[in-house]
Design a protein around this ligand. Structure first.
Ligand code: 9MR
Length: 360
């Protein structure tokens, strides 16, 4: 146990002073003092782990508490949407980096790292691309140009890139996408090579969901990464998105699965953690949710090369979940009024209790 300062609610002046301090986390009543006054960022620094959040740029511009918490509670940020292709190049040849540049500056001013998201994906592509009548050769050069220009623009300022995102189906076969259909499976290795050429110091990640536990999909990703590395392709990390729903039951074997990747020598990261539920939320569901977040963080802390733990937004106020899964929500660690949920308290106490060295 690390040395912690026992604080009273009245003495708390943390970045989350906005949050209710009456919310009892799972650690309430535990013997050890809980560091309610320390940010996730600060608690994780002791373990050389970056704690990040996805950032919604509209909220960052308009919502003062959102901006303040995004800046103080986290040590890394991921643009939720503004580095996607449809945002960067809505019309062919007209690239617009304004919103993405704003986030990079925000991060630099606060000593935060940036996880670049995302270079090659089947979704959020501009319509000029999906509806254009391009030959295979043209598409390959369009993709190459996109990867190269994007990475070059942010050269030296993006820590990790999600180079290829969600390329697999649940059964471990490659997803049918414009890229697989037109370019064949070699598009994956190509994308990593192009990105590496454009910024040799950025760490390049393969990123996907439902690969947090062992199964056909994570087996396929493991196999892909092993093969690519054996061929000398510059793949440096695997991102486990971590979009969970408590109604499916929480997955087991997450730490063991992270270890399989760790053993390959690549970095790992939790990149998009959120744990949704069927609404309305209640105490029991929130406790299960907290355990879900804990499991992902614990798996990361136990893995030697897990370098960051990112939540996909920190407040229920701006979550993507209700718009996508009808009747579901409450997926984040703070509620819509920025009050801490048990999940937030659990992340705090997990970080405070753990020393990576003793976990392994
Ligand atoms: O949270 C993002 C949401 O605002 C967008 O509308 C959506 C579009 O597909 O993408 C969401 O983020 C996704 C991420 O980029 C990749 N992994 C799954 C995330 C949730 O859908």
């Amino acid at each position: 146990m690390k040395a912690l300062r026992l604080v009273t609610a009245a003495a708390v002046t943390s970045s989350l002073a906005l949050l209710s301090l009456t919310a009892a986390g799972p650690a309430a009543g535990a013997e050890e003092p809980v560091p309610w006054d320390r940010s996730l960022r600060e608690l994780a620094a002791d373990d050389r782990l970056r704690v990040g959040t996805a950032v919604d740029m509209n909220a960052l511009a308009e919502d003062v508490p959102y901006r303040s918490i995004a800046g103080s509670e986290f040590s890394s940020v991921t643009p939720e949407n503004v580095m996607k292709w449809d945002a960067l190049e809505p019309r062919r040849g007209e690239r617009d980096y304004a919103a993405a540049d704003r986030l990079v500056r925000f991060a630099e001013q606060r000593g935060q790292k940036v996880r670049g998201h995302v270079l090659v994906w089947h979704s959020q592509l501009p319509s000029w691309l999906t509806q254009g009548d391009f030959t295979k050769e043209e598409l390959r050069s369009i993709l190459r140009r996109h990867v190269t220009e994007t990475v070059r623009h942010f050269k030296g300022r993006v820590w990790h890139w999600d180079v290829v995102n969600e390329a697999f189906n649940e059964d471990g076969t490659l997803r049918e996408s414009i890229w697989l259909r037109e370019l064949g499976p070699g598009y994956i290795a190509d994308a990593f090579r192009w990105a590496h050429q454009a910024d040799p110091r950025a760490k390049l990640f393969y990123n996907d969901y439902n690969i947090e536990w062992a199964g056909p999909k994570s087996d396929a990703v493991l196999d892909l990464v092993r093969t690519l590395r054996a061929e000398g392709v510059p793949v440096h990390g695997v991102g486990f998105q971590g979009h969970w729903g408590i109604q499916y039951g929480l997955p087991g074997g997450v730490a063991e699965n992270f270890k399989r990747f760790d053993d390959l020598g690549v970095q790992t990261a939790v990149t998009e953690a959120d744990v949704r539920m069927i609404m309305p939320a209640d105490e029991e569901k929130l406790a299960t949710q907290a355990e879900g977040y804990r499991r992902m963080l614990d798996a990361c802390l136990r893995a030697r090369h897990c370098v960051s733990f990112t939540v996909w937004g920190f407040t229920d106020k701006y979550s993507w979940v209700p718009g996508t899964f009808e009747g579901e929500g409450a997926a984040n660690i703070l509620d819509e009024d920025y009050q801490a949920k048990p999940a937030y308290r659990t992340l705090q106490s997990t970080l405070a209790d753990s020393s990576r060295a003793t976990l392994r």
